[in-house]
Structures are given as C-alpha cells and as structure tokens.
Ligand binder design. Structure first.
Ligand SMILES: *[C@@H]1O[C@H](CO)[C@@H](O)[C@H](O)[C@H]1NC(C)=O
Ligand SMILES: *[C@@H]1O[C@H](CO)[C@@H](O)[C@H](O)[C@H]1NC(C)=O
Ligand SMILES: *[C@@H]1O[C@H](CO)[C@@H](O)[C@H](O)[C@H]1NC(C)=O
Ligand SMILES: *[C@@H]1O[C@H](CO)[C@@H](O)[C@H](O)[C@H]1NC(C)=O
Ligand SMILES: [Cu+2]
Length: 657
C-alpha cells in the first residue's frame, strides 16, 4: 500500500495538470542555495538541483525572488570580517568587506543559483521591492524558443517591472550548460543583481561526461567585478573625482578582499572563497564572467592544469591549458584533476584591461582546498597564470589567431555538436557588418548646447564619449516591439539606407552620429553572417558581444593586419569554403579582439526580437547595441493574456469651443 502512494500522487498531479487546474506552486519551491550533500542526496522528490538521470520526468522548479535595496556588511553581518564566522550568517553580504549600498535578489550577492536538468520548467516570481527602481531579468544563454516574451530585456521583450509589482517568468530549460541570469535594466548588475543557471543532463549523455567524476553546485563560480560605490556613481561619471569605469576588485561568488597585484591587502581582511575538492577525483568547475566594467579575467590554479570542456553551454573537444581569459557574459567549464599533493592551492584571477596605474591593476585570489587537509597559506602568492607558467592560454589578448600563435583563440576551439543546419558550407543569405566604437564629443558640436540631450559618459583625460555601432547609438523604443509592436511610431527606428542597413536620419545635426532604435530585419530561417569589428585604436579593451536567443559558430577572429578592413574581411569570408576547416565552437558571447574582428554564423530559426550588444555594462547603457527582428508578426508566439503594457502618453491637445 505504502509503496504505491507516490505513484497515486504522481497520477493525481498529472491529471490535475491535464485538466488545467492551477498548480499549487508552493510545493515546488526551491531553496536559494544547495549544498553538495543536499544535491547528491535529495531529501524531497520536488528538488530540482540533482544529478540528472536518463528518462526521468522533467520537474517544475519554482523560485520566489525579492529585489531590494540592500547593503554589504549590514546588520545581518554582526562583527564580520573581524569575526570570520559571522560573515557566513544568513543575509550577510560580505563582498570586499567594505560597507556600501547594493541591490539584491533575496539578500544575496550573487543571487540564488538556479540548478536544474535539461527539460525542467523554470518559474520565477520576481517581486520588485526597490524604491523607485524598475527591473527586468535576462536569462543569458536560454534561447527562449516558444517563450520569446520571457527574454527579460526591458523595452524590447517586456515592460520593466515597476516597484510593487510581481512578474512571473516561466520558461523551459531546453538548452544545456552553464548559463547566467542578470538584471538587464540600467546598472543593477554591478549593484548585485546577477547569478548563475546550470542546466545539466545525464552524465551518460554528456559528450564530455567521461572527462570528470563530479559536477556539483558548489563548483558553479561567478566572477564579479566590484567597486566601492553604487554603479550610478560612475555614470555618466565624475569628471573631477573619479573618471572612468574600472573595477577596484573581483569577488569569486560572494567574497574577496581588495588587494594589489603583489597580493598585498589594501582593504579589510575578508576571507578568501574556498573551493573544495577530494584527492584523486576530477571536478567540473563552471566559471561565469559576471563582469560589468571594462575588464577581462585570466583564471588559473596553482600547479593544476585546466581541461576546458564547454563554453557558453555548448560542449567542445577538450583542450588542456594553464589558464583562460574570461570576459563579461562568457562561461567556461573546466575539469580540474585533484592529483597533486593534498593541500591548499591558490586560485588566481588577474584583471586584464585598462587600469590607471600598475598599482591599480585588479587582482584576486581564492583557495582550492583538498578535503581532509587544513593547511593555511599566508605567503604572498606568486602569480601563476598561463604564460607566466610557460603554458598555454585560452582566449588570450592580442593573439595572432590566424597563425595560432600566443595561445588558443576561441575561433580555434572545435565543437563536438555537428552543423546540422549547414550554415558553414552555404553562402550566407544575410551578411551584416557592424563597426563599433565611440563617438568622441570633443570632435563634434558641444553636446551641452540648449536643447541637446544626447547621452555621454566620462573617461579619463576629460573626454566625453558615447558608444556606437555603425555610427548609431542605440536607444530604447517607447514600448517593447515584441509585445506592443503596433504602439511604436515608425520614426523612432533608424531609417534604412541605400546599403540596406539602418543609418542616421538625414535630419540629424551631428555628423557621423545619432541616437535611434537600431533594428535590422532578418528573414526567418536565413543563414546569417555577422562580422563585428572594433574600429577604435588598439588597446587592452576586448569588447564582449552577446547575442540573445541563439548560439553561433565563431568562424574567424583576429586583429586587423596588413591593411585589412571590416569590409574586406567580410567579403573574403563570403567566398571562403568554411567546411574545409574544422567545426568551430558555438558561443553566445564573443570577446572581439581590440582593433580586430570576430565573424559569426547562425541559422535565424528563432523568430522574435533579439539583442546583440556589448556586455560591458556602461557601453550597453550608452548604446553599443543592435536588435535583430527575426521574422514578422505571426512568426513568434503572441504574448499571453494580460501581459503588462507600457508606453508614452501624449494625447492630442486641441482648443475647446
Ligand atoms: C562570531 O560570530 C558568531 C556567529 O555570528 C558568533 O556565534 C560568535 O559568538 C562570534 N564570536 C565572537 C568572538 O564575537
Ligand atoms: C575602497 O574601500 C577600501 C576600504 O575602505 C579602501 O581601502 C580602498 O582604498 C577604497 N578604494 C577606492 C578605489 O576607493
Ligand atoms: C561613421 O561616420 C564617419 C564620419 O562621418 C564616416 O567617415 C564613417 O564612414 C562612418 N562609419 C560607418 C561604419 O558608417
Ligand atoms: C595588446 O596590444 C595593445 C596595442 O598594441 C597594447 O597596448 C597592449 O599592451 C597589448 N596587451 C597585451 C596583454 O599584450
Ligand atoms: Cu563595449
């Protein structure tokens, strides 16, 4: 009798679903964080964070999230960091041990981690309790095919969620891998609203399943950059006091002190994040680039090689390196073999970017600890990166990708999933060329003339810039085109020029610059090639571009050489038979080499409105973005009934009588 009870319950639940009786979601509520023990031995059958089993029925995974104004080192923290135990108290956000205003989901930075199996249904009730701030959360790397209106881009796929409102995100985990979530609204990501998503599949069906023994949730590691103030303090930026948008430290998951690149602490002694392994086992670490400012991170572990088995979700042919460079929005899954003397090893995170001085280079450490050992490491650690160790670096800066010198470029990774849409051996139907960079106001009319309100941000040397793609700075339309396309006046979109690409309206007064809704129409099913090029002088900035709704093949990337231009690269690629080369990796975020280019291809089989944008937050905030409208109305599913609406209110005014 007892034995059959679960079955009876299961049938009852299934019947309830099929007759459309509302579910009691509370019984599917998931915890904010799960320990390795809880993951390996689930205590209830609705627990979504679990080892995935072939043929298992998908689960419903329900999350209740509260967005709030919050604070690091607040009242929940007791006398942390002086008392290290107190730092682990519930609702204590440690960060770099420096008190500041932040914004959080469920009083955590990073926010709750979503850990599910392929095919599960993810339902997130997001309640906005922030004072006077709106938000929307993007599920970065989730393709949202069939639920396009759940992509979480304010004024593109939905209206922002206003103070007091709850928005229910509801979509399926239909693509595998290490994925990511973050606020896509304003600057909230740097204030703390971001976290990880892991969509696992049964190890037996994972193409790289034989390369690791354990894949546990405490090895999902978000690397965040951090500043001492709210993100708003750097935008548009303070000309006199603190120009620029550089970070002051990194956090690995919830913590990390502020230190110089020599390892010398310059802030409170926050405990390092500890990553636990067992001697003799191989562990899958999932690293996420939760970065906002203009920095990359070179990640390495003392005395341990890293075997990269996936990036941005998709499995690749494993490649063993000593370090890899990760940018905002990217993810790398690496296998670490705990085959060294049991003990404690330094994890190094070296900032790569434009720092005002060598002393301000950002550097962070964490500890890889073998269980059963409690060795303390107090010595200033020697930097242990890829080149520094005489080894191989994946995704290095300034590499000569074409010749394979200076490490392994992302374009040299090999996918393990076939090109099932034949996008590589067919000439593309659409060839889109995007030059991105900055408009420098010093070379144009004074932006502070009466009646001019173009955006700008402050960079060192008293420069004022705006971000552009093909000379256009993207601005949001007054309503989301996906849910309220007919409410949007035509004249907010950039007009289409003779090239077939959007261009600045003829009426615009600034030469070579304008702000408008930068939208490309792409036929549904088209084979699309996009060549993105950095048209600014060479520097240490490698802008990471993220495409929503898709992953793509990275068919070429490099710095411009010998008079190459964006147009010459793009037309050469059209004539190249790509099938002869090996199958390139699939990504959804690609760091474009400085003064160089990245070329991508994908089949536009997911109708809707999809953002392609620089993932440096201040560049996105100033318009380094375009939108692809794939297909026409009727190709994407209509929004559900009562989907929230928004828009401008400007009724006609007429004189009475
Ligand atoms: C440190 O913090 C813990 C947890 O809040 C508390 O139980 C303990 O008494 C504190 N120890 C000291 C010395 O303050
Ligand atoms: C940030 O705050 C810490 C802690 O007070 C301080 O040591 C550090 O100098 C500050 N850094 C910056 C760049 O303001
Ligand atoms: C941007 O504007 C400049 C100045 O008018 C022009 O020379 C350049 O060709 C434009 N670039 C693109 C990609 O449209
Ligand atoms: C990359 O090249 C730029 C421009 O030549 C240079 O300023 C920078 O130092 C180089 N960075 C690295 C890491 O080699
Ligand atoms: Cu950028």
């Amino acid at each position: 009798m007892y034995l059959y009870l679960p079955l009876v319950l299961f049938i009852t639940v299934t019947c309830l679903v099929s007759t459309l009786t509302p579910l009691n979601l509370e019984s599917y509520l998931q915890p904010d964080r799960i320990t390795r023990q809880e993951f390996l031995t689930p205590s209830n059958r609705n627990q979504c964070a679990r080892e995935c089993i072939a043929e298992e029925a998908p689960k419903i995974c329900y999350y209740k999230w509260i967005a709030e104004d919050y604070v690091t080192l607040g009242p929940a923290c007791g006398n942390c960091p002086a008392n290290v135990t107190a730092c682990d108290a519930p609702q204590c956000v440690v960060a770099n041990g420096y008190e500041k205003s932040i914004r959080t989901i469920n009083r955590m930075v990073p926010g709750p981690s979503i850990q599910v199996c392929l095919g599960d249904r993810i339902i997130v009730d997001l309640q906005n309790k922030m004072a006077g701030n709106e938000l929307a959360i993007h599920w970065h790397g989730v393709f949202q095919k069939g639920t396009q209106y759940m992509d979480g881009v304010p004024m593109l796929t939905q209206c922002s969620i206003l103070e007091g409102d709850v928005f229910r995100y509801d979509f399926f985990a239909n693509n595998e891998g290490t994925l990511y979530w973050h606020s896509h609204d304003g600057l909230q990501k740097l204030d703390g609203i971001q976290g990880s998503i892991v969509v696992r599949k049964p190890k037996s069906t994972d193409l790289n399943g034989d390369t690791y023994d354990l894949d546990v949730p405490d090895h999902t590691l978000l690397i965040l950059d951090w500043i001492n103030t709210t993100a708003g303090e750097r935008f548009p930026g303070l000309l006199q006091r603190l120009p620029g948008q550089e970070p002051i430290t990194f956090l690995l998951e919830d913590r990390g002190p502020t230190m110089l690149s020599s390892g010398q602490l310059i802030g409170p002694p926050v405990p390092y994040k500890e990553v636990w392994v067992e001697s003799g086992k191989r562990f899958r670490l999932r690293l996420l680039g939760g970065l906002c400012t203009v920095t990359g991170v070179e990640f390495s572990i003392e005395d341990h090689d890293l075997t990269v088995i996936a990036t941005d979700g998709g499995p690749i042919k494993p490649v063993t390196v000593t370090s890899f460079v990760i940018y905002s929005g990217e993810r790398y899954d690496v296998v670490v073999n705990a085959n060294q003397n049991p003990g404690t090893y330094w994890i190094h995170m070296k900032g790569l970017g434009v720092f005002p001085s060598p002393d301000e280079e950002v550097y962070q450490l964490a500890l890889l600890r073998y269980s059963g050992t409690n060795e303390e490491r107090n010595e200033v650690p020697r930097y242990n990166g890829g080149f520094a160790r005489g080894g191989k670096v994946l995704n290095p800066q300034n590499a000569t990708c074409a010749e394979g010198e200076g490490g392994v470029c992302v374009s040299q990774l090999v996918a393990s999933i076939p090109d099932k849409h034949n996008v590589l051996d067919r000439k593309p139907d659409e060839n889109i060329v995007l030059g991105f960079g900055f408009y420098n106001y010093l070379h144009g009319p004074n932006p502070f003339n009466r009646g001019i309100y173009d955006r700008f941000f402050v960079v060192p040397d008293r420069n004022l810039m705006n971000s552009v793609m093909n000379n256009i700075s993207f601005i949001a339309p007054p309503s989301p085109p996906l849910s309220q396309g007919r409410d949007i006046p035509d004249d907010v979109y950039c007009p289409i020029g003779r090239s077939g690409f959007p261009q600045c309206p003829a009426s615009d007064t600034m030469e070579g610059f304008c702000e408008c809704v930068h939208l490309f129409r792409v036929p549904l099913g088209a084979n699309v090639q996009i060549v993105m090029g950095d048209v600014t002088p060479a520097s240490d900035l490698h802008h990471p571009f993220h495409l929503h709704g898709y992953d793509f093949f990275v068919i070429a990337m490099d710095q411009f050489r010998n008079g190459e231009t964006l147009d010459s690269i793009s037309s050469n690629l059209l004539e190249t038979n790509l099938k002869q080369s090996s199958l390139p990796a699939r990504k959804d975020t690609i760091a474009v080499p400085s003064n160089g280019y990245a070329a991508i291809r994908f089949k536009a089989d997911n109708p809707g409105f999809w953002f392609l944008h620089c993932h440096f937050m201040y560049h996105l905030a100033t318009g380094m973005a375009v939108v692809f409208q794939v297909g026409e109305e009727g190709d994407w599913p209509p929004v559900p009934p009562n989907f929230p609406k928004c828009g401008s209110y400007q009724p006609t005014v007429s004189l009475e009588g």
